[in-house]
Design a protein around this ligand. Sequence first.
Ligand code: HAM
Length: 411
Amino acid sequence: MDKPGAVKGFKDILPADAHIWRHIESVARDVARRYNFEELRPPIAEKTEIFARGIGQATDIVEKEMYSFVDKGEEKITLRPEATAGMVRAVLEHNLAAGGRPARLFCLGPMFRYERPQKGRQRQFHQLDVEVFGDASPFVDAEVLAWLHDFLRGLGLGGLSININSLGCPKCRPAFREKLVEFFRARLEYLCPDCQRRLELNPLRIIDCKNEKCKEMVAGAPVMLESLCNECSDHFGEVKELLERLDLAYKVNPHLVRGLDYYTRTAFEVLSDDLGAQSAVAGGGRYDGLCLELGGRDIPAIGFAVGLERLALLLKDKGGVAADAPDFYLAVLSEKAAPVAFKLAKTLRGEGFSVAGDWEPGSLKSRLKRADKSGADKTIMIGDDELSSRRAVVRDMRSHEQSELDLGIYI
Ligand code: HAM
């Protein structure tokens, strides 16, 4: 067999990077605690129809990107391309937003989309997903945006802009859709073949097309904000006011649409200038109709997801995150020192210290080199001289000060 390789678009998170991931996850958990959100861990696969109906048949995700298969019991199953639809299924199945008390939930984990891999885009990638079920008030829209903002600030990331828009509701969107179709139908020949096909199926997606000619058309197209009904317009106005109350900078982007069909009213994205083509760090919005669509009660909901690979890239560009280093490195300098160091390591670990070392004896020079590389705070050196004097030398690796440690009980 050839040297094995991972599946295309699926990546190992190597030990040298894992601490960055732990850091991202721990900041996420801390913000979740401060905003009083609870963790829900849904499975990574759902029945295919949950995503097909939830995300929308005419989306790229459902049309082209899902990892779907039929299992041995003839059940159609899909590896989750996103978390929201599965969170909705879990909330409905376990009645989590019952009794008028909103469910405030988050989850962390891998998602799967069959996309062309490139920087910041993988086939297995990870999201932090945050959702609130059971509260239609604009306060929650502003609150989840503040959550997202605090999370990104907690990671020390700057240079990010929050773009918001309102996508209306089933009352006002159909008329806008008609206006849009009319506008683009009159300019059909200028649209790319994909958008020509989208015109009847999903005209809102044309607004998001990356093709230069389509972009030119979109610049002059009608925008949803001008077609909002009074309720949606008031809701959006209040969201903006509340964001201002929190001094949260945002930009209204009337051309912002999302790649998933379930959104109503507030939609948003956080973009970075430092990620090249894959500039979206996070995206989300309100999806008041999805619970009903998936066979449940009519529960308003809103949320967002952050792409963790993209955060890890940004953090690495910024100079990374300090790696966890051991408290002690045990430098074993002779064969007889190994069992003594071995016992000492057990005691130190029992006291809560992290201890690195090699049981194979080596020269002082080589072991100090390894101690340095490990980033340990202190190195404990044990060789034959130390065994006879029953005292080990402890070196502080930053100040180079040395002290002694009684080895009596370890010999
Ligand atoms: P989304 O915009 O499809 O939204 O994904 C959210 C974020 O996931 C993106 O902004 C990006 O950072 C990351 N992402 C998406 N695809 C990839 C990929 N192939 N490789 C790496 N990162 C990727 C959603 O998924 C919605 N469920 C968000 C939401 C939650 N809306 C309401 N609640």
